[in-house]
Unconditional design. Structure first.
Length: 300
């Protein structure tokens, strides 16, 4: 039987305000558009890490009207037509859903999605690409959702945590674990217990799944949002799209994909649906000036 042909698309979430980097980062020029570490901006570095795996015309960026001009200047020419503008920021569940209906429209069938933040630093890009390739392989299976887990090296209270469970299976040389649960920003004592157990990873917001898998889960856990996005999908490519987009966005739920989709998916009956691949890639969310100083101190 011939293997199903699925195109691979990246979705870069680039709508953040970057308030922790004031005064350099402002609403119109947020952290992801600045060259904080290295000569390229965080967005440009994110795109460059993906290019060996995913062609520019399949790299989508979700942003807002205030930042769209800066985003379009920084992405490759072929990716400029893939910049999606949200009329208001409604967190990651809606942003990913918007990208999903557009990818389905362009692909004219199912496709694979790699969802990534625009403003994270990866010290080991080749290792990162190998793990991404493994995650996409796992996500080919209908119904599976994959998240990359950063090894929890200290009891950090500002990150979400992923608890893994069971024995792993292999994917292109990397271990893949079932996810037991997600925990948002625990108190220090609990974070210390997580790190000591060795079964927890930081959630860096990097996800992999089929378009169909994500939309099916959105229908299960955020049915009103899914129905509204499906209605919007009917207008993609028409003169009425922007008007419908603005009208529909006021009715959508402001919630993260972790809380709205991934967490409840771990509680459904049957075989595991959500998986984590440990990713030791020299990751930093560059969440503060202190994080920048730590990174620069490591460089020769």
């Amino acid at each position: 039987m011939a293997r199903e042909q699925l195109t691979v698309h990246a979705v870069i979430l680039a709508g953040g305000r970057g308030t922790r980097f004031w005064p350099c980062s402002r609403t119109r020029i947020p952290k992801q558009l600045l060259n904080i570490v290295g000569k390229d901006s965080m967005l440009q570095q994110t795109v460059a890490r993906l290019r060996p795996l995913i062609s520019a015309e399949r790299i989508w960026t979700v942003t807002n009207a205030e930042q769209v001009a800066g985003v379009r200047k920084q992405v490759p020419a072929a990716a400029r037509k893939r910049v999606l503008i949200e009329p208001m920021g409604l967190n990651t569940a809606v942003a990913i859903g918007l990208a999903a209906i557009h990818i389905r429209h362009v692909a004219r069938s199912d496709a694979l999605m790699a969802v990534l933040p625009a403003d994270h630093y990866i010290e080991q890009p080749q290792e990162f690409r190998e793990i991404v390739n493994a995650a996409l392989g796992v996500a080919r299976e209908p119904g599976r959702m994959v998240v990359l887990g950063i090894p929890a090296t200290r009891p950090e209270t500002g990150f979400g945590y992923i608890e893994r469970t069971g024995e792993p299976f292999g994917a292109k040389g990397f271990p893949v674990f079932s996810v037991r649960r997600f925990t948002e920003k625990p108190e220090l004592k609990l974070a210390q217990e997580y790190v000591a157990s060795g079964n927890y990873h930081w959630n860096a917001g990097m996800f992999f799944w089929r378009v169909s898998t994500f939309l099916e889960n959105l229908k299960s856990f955020l049915p009103k949002t899914q129905a509204a996005l499906e209605k919007l999908a009917e207008f993609i490519g028409t003169r009425d799209y922007e008007r419908k987009l603005c009208a529909i966005y006021t009715k959508l739920e402001n919630v993260s994909v972790d809380y709205a989709v991934l967490e409840p998916a771990t509680r459904t009956e049957g075989p595991p649906h959500v998986f984590v691949i440990p990713a030791e890639v020299g990751w930093s969310d560059i969440g503060s000036w202190a994080a920048v100083y730590q990174l620069l101190a490591k460089k020769p």
